[in-house]
Design a protein around this ligand. Structure first.
Ligand SMILES: Nc1nc2c(c(=O)[nH]1)N=C([C@H](O)[C@@H](O)CO)CN2
Length: 117
């Protein structure tokens, strides 16, 4: 299966377990890989025949901006769930980077994949 990806998508949201994190938005950075057969789009050169990564990015930005979960695990699971449901994507891999959450670490977060390619 082919992969359509979005990399380095930065979104501000409420995320975290501490009191200050419930009041102050933080930035999460998403790398998203989505399985999709691109052959029909390549043959027809028509946006109607593919997974529109612009539409996916707008949906994910809106979803994450409105969310207010405690754990990155929950946010990651819900992002994949909404992508699979809204866009009928069979397999999604998500890297969620909560950069700056740990002093001394340049990156911290979670990598999950759901579904079958
Ligand atoms: N496995 C996790 N560990 C921690 C999380 C989390 O979401 N998953 N969150 C925190 C705090 O919110 C942290 O980001 C602030 O330093 C701590 N550990």
């Amino acid at each position: 299966m082919d992969i359509i990806f979005l990399g380095g998508l930065k979104i501000d949201t409420i995320i975290g377990i501490y009191d200050w994190e419930r009041k102050t938005k933080q930035t999460v950075i998403l790398d998203i890989e989505m399985a999709h057969d691109i052959q029909k789009a390549a043959a027809t050169d028509d946006i109607e025949n593919t997974l529109d990564y612009k539409a996916v990015s707008q949906h994910v930005i809106s979803f994450v901006e409105q969310s207010n979960f405690f754990l990155v695990e929950k946010l990651a699971e819900e992002i994949i769930s909404t992508i699979r449901k809204e866009f009928k994507v069979p397999w999604v891999k998500l890297t969620l980077n909560k950069k700056g959450a740990i002093s001394g670490a340049s990156d911290v977060g979670i990598i999950i994949e759901r579904g079958v390619k």
